[in-house]
Design a protein around this ligand. Structure first.
Ligand code: MOS
Length: 730
């Protein structure tokens, strides 16, 4: 029983486009429940040490100030049970006098207006016993619980390799810099708690907050229907949310707390800084024989955030001998967190840069080198790939990007004062999936409501789910409403890891298929229906009308069917979960990213002129939304390659560029001609019933090395750190 596909695969506008562009979308901080008051956090002005005194007197003397909470008067919170945080002891709200990083919340001021709260917060007198913080990764010792991996004898193989490279890369810390700041409005009604919170995971958010206060998660209702970007930073409950809930309980009124742009640099996580040593050996024909990965990344003193950075290095290329170690380096900083393509993006940069270096050593085209190292299966676990079309990504990309114009000899193409160069890189990201449910209700008026407790941090989840639902129900998209972003909706895992389309999409498909079949079954049993007695397998639905495929004149609408049966609605629950048990296939999405840059011969400026991403990401549900994912990710990668880095003053642990004037991100003027191509016929039915492999992360993986390799091709200068700032090229 198949259905015509009209919405899936079509370039449709976002269903919430009008809501967003007219400013009617209600972000967390836009909610103003009756009696709402405002909270402003006071940040620590030392990077490590102890709070010795808190004088709230001047703040409390301001008219309109309702309370000041610090560790001196905060209620004691229960120990936190396992709640999805990284290993360690999460930062708690005002539970002791310790300062763990510069900017850590040390008090909160609650007042009737935001302005009074801000002013009163500025009057807070907090004194410290300050110590010198450790914030310099190159000067701090790593923790002694590294992640390791080995196959073969990499050290031995390296020694006897024909070509040997020994390379050291560094990557700066990056911040998500979403347009919408982290924020929450918290309201207690007796022992029930309502949270309008910016979150990528409405249901995880109830569990996390429940753990903080030792209350049942059922007592917490999280509402988060629209987000203004998150990229990973809104997946966990940060301490400011706990502070807002604590303050709301204290003052007996709803409390709004929104972090300032500055606070977003230390009040929520970020992509950690890395140092990455990579030794690589190959034979004369470019076949890799050995790779040794020696990786450090920063974490906080109280939690260990360690990403899957080593994965590309153990499965992207055929390499018989691999040895890897990844250590976390605890520093006096806030805990890092997932940021778009976490781990894989940081791991692809050194690997793909080193492949470019090896190609240059061998005088070989970098694509040819990669082709020679395509593995037959996943060497990290011996599993067959479900689908892997990286070779086609190379071929398609090389043709579309006119790769043949690239010169093998660096520094040989010029345009006036500008050196021109082209680079490319591969990318990989695992296809994550999780259990999800979706309720589907078909109303008597022929409209449908589909609901799931997932989120949309920006990709357009409601739109792509509406496309799937519309086709499966045989309705136009206008007749389908998809609701998300509420913890009371049917359960779905968090909106991260590029898993939403595969997981929730498959549940929506399941629910809508079930509902359509239920309606068809009702019709063929119904003596009053023109479809009475028809073969159910031969009935399809289009435009809300059920009909016999071979005799389209024989049929009726959902409305007539439901009206005649005195039915206000039909309802089902759809669900999907990935198969249990050991994995039988290796599931990944793949990318090849191409970049052309111009580097100014005297100023060291890098301008990206063109970029192209080619993706093996499974079926593409929504091409227009896919493009906004891919183009946005390439722009983000451009920022990471050339502009973004956090500058910390190691004397006190302060981030000195915690604002949009000094922390540079790409603007319109920096954006080149960018294009994305998705390999046709890409369904991966092994991954999930709707054949998608996830798109949000793979599109950002391999962008930084593509640009960096292009800079080498333009100039002959090999820069092994990100970002590539002009001074490095002078
Ligand atoms: Mo994404 S970093 O998994 O939100």
């Amino acid at each position: 029983m198949s259905q015509p596909q009209a919405a899936v695969g079509a370039s449709v506008a976002r269903v919430d486009a009008r809501l967003r562009v007219t400013g009617k979308a209600k972000y967390a901080g836009d909610n103003n429940p009756d009696g709402v008051v405002h909270a402003v956090i006071v940040d620590s002005s030392v990077g490590r040490g102890r709070i010795t005194a808190v004088d709230a007197g001047p703040a409390l003397a301001q008219p309109g100030v309702l309370t000041v909470i610090s560790h001196l008067n905060a209620p004691r919170l229960p120990p936190v049970e396992s709640n999805g945080y990284p290993p360690g002891e999460p930062l708690r709200a005002f539970q002791d006098d310790q300062v763990r990083f510069f900017g850590q919340p040390v008090a909160v001021v609650v007042a009737t207006t935001l302005e009074v709260a801000q002013h009163a917060a500025s009057l807070m007198q907090v004194t410290y016993h300050a110590e010198r913080p450790s914030t310099d990764m190159s000067a701090a010792p790593p923790a002694d619980d590294p992640e390791t991996y080995a196959r073969g004898d990499a050290d031995q193989a390296l020694k006897s390799a024909d070509v040997q490279l020994d390379l050291a890369y560094r990557m700066a810390r990056q911040h998500h810099n979403a347009m919408e700041p982290a924020g929450i409005v918290a309201r207690w009604d007796g022992d029930k708690l309502t949270l309008w919170e910016k979150t990528q995971a409405v249901q995880f958010a109830t569990f996390n907050m429940a753990g903080e206060f030792g209350i049942p998660p059922e007592n917490i209702h999280v509402i988060s229907p629209v987000l203004g970007g998150a990229f990973g930073n809104a997946f966990r409950t940060w301490v400011h949310s706990v502070i807002a809930v604590m303050a709301a309980r204290q003052v007996g009124r709803p409390v709004k707390l929104v972090l300032t742009r500055k606070q977003l640099y230390f009040g929520i996580g970020y992509r950690p800084a890395y140092s990455y040593g990579l030794r690589m050996g190959s034979d004369r024909r470019g076949r890799l024989t050995a790779a040794v990965h020696d990786v450090d990344s920063e974490t906080s003193s109280y939690e260990t955030h360690l990403e899957d950075t080593l994965v590309p290095g153990r499965m992207l290329y055929s390499t018989p001998n691999v040895k890897q170690i990844h250590r976390s380096v605890p520093l006096d900083v806030n805990t890092p967190t997932w940021m778009r393509g976490p781990g894989y993006s940081s791991g692809a940069y050194p690997l793909e840069s080193a492949m470019d270096e090896l190609a240059h050593e061998l005088g070989m085209d970098p694509i040819e080198l990669r082709r020679r190292n395509e593995p037959l299966d996943d060497q990290s676990n011996g599993l067959q790939f479900s689908t892997r079309r990286l070779r086609e990504c190379y071929t398609t990309g090389a043709r579309a990007f006119d790769w043949k114009r690239r010169s093998l000899k660096p520094g040989s193409r010029r345009d006036g004062d500008w050196h021109l160069g082209m680079g490319m890189a591969a990318g990989v990201y695992d296809t994550q999936r999780a259990a999800a449910q979706a309720s589907v209700r078909l109303n008597a008026d022929g409209t449908a409501l589909v609901q799931s407790g997932t989120s949309d941090m920006g990709p357009g989840t409601a739109t792509s789910m509406t496309q799937v639902a519309a086709d499966a129900l045989g309705l136009t998209m206008r007749r389908v409403i998809f609701r998300l972003g509420d913890s009371t909706l049917p359960p779905a895992a968090g909106h991260f890891g590029s898993q939403t389309m595969a997981s929730v999409g498959s549940a929506v498909q399941d629910g809508c298929d079930k509902l359509r079949k239920k309606a068809i079954a009702l019709a063929v049993r119904d003596e009053g229906s023109p479809l009475h007695g028809a073969d159910t397998a031969n009935v399809e639905v289009r435009g809300g009308r059920l009909y016999v495929k071979d005799a389209p004149g024989r049929g009726e609408t959902y409305q007539r069917l439901l009206a005649r049966n005195n039915s206000a609605y039909l309802e089902v629950l759809g669900s999907w979960a990935p198969p249990e048990g050991p994995a039988r296939y290796s599931l990944y999405a793949y990318a090849a990213t191409f970049a052309e840059v111009a580097v100014h011969s005297r100023l060291g400026l890098v301008r990206v002129r063109r970029m192209l991403g080619v993706y093996d990401a499974g079926r593409i549900i929504s091409p227009a939304l896919a493009d906004s994912q891919a183009l946005g990710a390439m722009i983000g990668g451009l920022g990471a390659a050339l502009l973004e880095h956090t500058i910390t003053d190691h004397r006190d642990g302060r981030i000195v560029n915690a604002n949009f004037a000094d922390y540079l991100v790409p603007t319109h003027a920096d954006i080149p001609d960018i294009r994305a191509i998705y390999l046709a016929g890409g369904e991966d039915r092994i991954a999930d019933p709707i054949g998608v492999k996830g798109l949000a992360e793979i599109v950002c993986i391999g962008v930084t090395p593509a640009i960096s390799n292009a800079v080498f091709n333009a100039t002959g200068r090999r820069i092994r750190q990100l970002p590539i700032t002009p001074e490095l090229l002078l």
